[in-house]
Design a protein around this ligand. Sequence first.
Ligand code: FAD
Length: 660
Amino acid sequence: MNFSLVDSGIPCRSFRAVIVGSGTAGYNAARKLYDLGVHDIAIITEGEKMGTSRNTGSDKQTYYKLTLAGGDGDSVSDMAETLFSGGAMHGDIALAQAAGSARCFFELVSLGVPFPHNEYGEYAGYKTDHDPRMRATSCGPYTSKYMTEALECAVKSKNIPIFDGYRAVKILRGGGRACGIVALCPALINEKNRYGMAVFLADNVIWATGGPSAIYSESVYPESQTCAHGMAFEAGAAGINLTESQYGIASLGFRWNLSGTYQQVIPRYFSIDESGNEHEFLTDYFPDTGEMLGAIFSKGYEWPFDPRKIFRGGRRLSSLIDLAVFSEKRRGRRVFMDFRRNPAASEHGGSLDFSLLPDYARKYLEKSGALLPLPIDRLRKMNEPAVSLYREHGIDITLEPLEIAVCAQHNNGGLDADIWSESTALAGFFPIGECAGTFGVYRPGGTALNATQVSSMRAAEKIAGSAPVTKPDESEISRDIADMISFFDILSRPRIRLPREEIFARRKEYGRIMSECGAFVRSPAAVSSAISSVRSCLSSFEADYAGAAPALMPEVMINRDILITALVYLGAIEDYIAHGGKSRGSYLVTERSIDELIAEGRDIETDEEHFSQVQTALYSGGEMKYAFSPVRPIPERELWFENVYNEYRKSSVKTPLSHK
Ligand SMILES: Cc1cc2nc3c(=O)[nH]c(=O)nc-3n(C[C@H](O)[C@H](O)[C@H](O)COP(=O)(O)OP(=O)(O)OC[C@H]3O[C@@H](n4cnc5c(N)ncnc54)[C@H](O)[C@@H]3O)c2cc1C
């Protein structure tokens, strides 16, 4: 091989740690490393303004933490137990997330994130889903945005270098561990560096790349969030609980969860077929109008699809709405939510007939002073910002309906990591935040944001306490880079250019496969046909992307990552079903059609058997290996102070003072 990195014109820099991603997890890792004395670091991001944390939110975006107000006892053990009881969750990770909760929360408070408290400084909480206490808090619709901005400010005040506009496309391995990344930055393209490559060598690679949003076409993640799990699998990192994600009803034009008051005001759902005929389809699924209105109302606080909330003892519940929306779309119809009119079956004299509502819903609206004629009147009364939010994004819900779908919102599984957030299969590689699959089957709302902070803090502590690593053999790295250049050469050689739109159209098509077959409705036959489709897209990849311009290589590589990720995720679903896995969490496993299930109206049998197990995944050379193993329990641990004190003094864990 005659490739030399030094002569290649490709910039190559070396750091103690690189952090890929600039969301709440990535910024916090950088900030913590710096405070622990590790200053030889850099953040690499495809776009500082991109990703989920900065660009998303919800009716009341939740942060889950240890109780910090009032007299209801709470403890680290209690919170760990709550997280652990969500199923398929390791006890030691649940414990670490609970133990780090108060500390991380107060760090955010001291950075200026406006979490509300009373005049005595108590951070009162509310109850969120799967929460036995009242541990949730919120800064309003934009909690994660405020967190990102505060953390970004802290990072910038320390002058930590940020390489903005760099898309990581490969994780480098050397000496049996992660040793850096290759990124593409179109601004670097020149005669010598034809694809704008940049190499970042590092003793430790922190992967803060967020959830695999773009494997789905129907997703409520922000458009700027795509997917970076595939290259981690290729580098040898393991996956865990890849079957577990959360799905719910969201608007498509402007991506936003339609939870809380959007549902509690009881909007009208309708679909439109190819000939433009409008149909209020929910009445086909709910013969009883009162039950339908109750289900719409309940969707407000039962937002994620849940197979246990479709039927119960013959009653029809809120998750039947998700299935109804899905079925309508399968029939080729577009589906909408309309705040300008009441559901026709409940309208009486230009108003909702409130006598049809279940007691709990009527009382709630009454207490809120919202027994008003139209959904939009009720929404304005209860939550005016919910209306202005859409207006700020160019949609006036007083004049037009919202197009909706059941969208992917959060990945509970992801890359497998230990209690320090280091990959279980690839040393020196630290998946943190949402890309680390530490959430189990059911999780209290708001734990994702807690996890971004705890995992990043712990990864920083581990790295700060570790010895520097011997630099990798340059020939090993050069080979990888030369292979990558050859791959880009093959793609870019044809003179006829592949249009940019074609790359995005293909991405949409890959997402459609996953949204239809590997999202919240999963049939064994559809999953296996989706696997064949994805495999065939991967095998024709070079031919399909022939003619891609060098400046478009980052987008091409995103599509490749999506395909690899989708393949490993679909394989996990297939393996879970083959092991007898049933519906659970936020998905339905069924061999029968939705219409048959609905006609039958029976409770869905959910999975118990795999609750105390995790499924792990490894990918190599296009093939996957899956295995089930028991969850690790919450550890018995030493809490006698004198002993903890002595152990702590001997340990390598760093504090901000240890390096001074
Ligand atoms: C609609 C919605 C509502 C939500 N509500 C809640 C809630 O109420 N409570 C809660 O706890 N959680 C909620 N979540 C989840 C939570 O917001 C996310 O889990 C969290 O923000 C993820 O943070 P992160 O730092 O891990 O990733 P992100 O914030 O997604 O950051 C990823 C970063 O990595 C960058 N990146 C990705 N790939 C590459 C690459 N290859 N090269 C370079 N850079 C790359 C991205 O551009 C981005 O900067 C919600 C999510 C959604 C979509």
